[in-house]
Ligand binder design. Sequence first.
Ligand code: C2E
Ligand code: MG
Ligand code: MG
Ligand code: MG
Length: 282
Amino acid sequence: EAKHKGKSAYSRFTPEMTEISHERLQMESYMRKAMELGEFELYFQPIIDTHSGKLVSAEALLRWNNLALGMVMPDRFIPLAEETGLIIPIGEWVIQEACKAARNWQTLTGNPIGVAVNVSPRQFRDPGFTDAVMRALDASGLSAELLELEITERLILDNSIETADILRKLDRSGIRLTVDDFGTGYSALSYLKSYPFDTLKIDKSFIQDVLTENDDASLVRAIITMAHSLGLKVVAEGVEAEAQTHFLKEEHCDYSQGYFYSTPLPEQDFIQWLDTNERAST
Ligand code: C2E
Ligand code: MG
Ligand code: MG
Ligand code: MG
């Protein structure tokens, strides 16, 4: 017992720490019931062709509506979902729902609209992952080319044969693969030539100050040039102002995403947005 080891050992446990672990336990127990209570919801944020201004796809972003906690944002609960392994059933649900939604948009608009889904490392490494993805495609009837999986550089850092195999298997099935938060992962760039990625998504921290910070502008330019010479498409995330879209157009950035176009929307609002957007652009 810490108590019997004297004051120094005991005082390492501050009241704040007790509170934090209590909050974690509380959140974990709520999260275990969240699926069956139907507390998870997908929001969708438009991804726009920078040049034509037309919608090409949407990113699915998870929200957790809990009675006691209110609306919980992913940065607050995804890490815990990863630690506990709950990300595996939750992530499977996300992929199923995202595929169903995208198939529905195609039915409603007559246009193929892609959907991008975030995949965390623990989920990706689960042996059932690729089968779960294929089942979601089958069940929804969505064509594989319309599903995009977003993976962070963190995952690639492990450099394992399994990671490479899974990426190749997904690529062969026609699914698009995107490096999310590109530029923040401190990883060697060499993985870009050995792994079958289709797209780099430039982290919003670079886009934020692209008009005021020369260094950020240089980095964004360099990333776009490099990506294109490797045959990759580029998405800029966190686009909030019209002036940023002019910069991105000039620099030939393929796609843009951010509050300037739309915040992430609940599915029904996204469908409404599709309708308005389509009428505005025809
Ligand atoms: P991310 O994949 O990089 O997603 C982009 C985040 O930037 C989203 O935050 C989005 O709401 C926010 N964002 C979009 N446009 C703008 C903008 O113009 N300005 C600013 N400041 N922010 C913008 P969100 O929804 O809170 O998600 C945070 C992170 O949580 C995501 O980052 C992703 O890593 C993770 N995440 C979200 N949904 C899922 C999921 O279903 N599964 C997994 N594994 N991770 C998820
Ligand atoms: Mg993402
Ligand atoms: Mg590919
Ligand atoms: Mg990102």
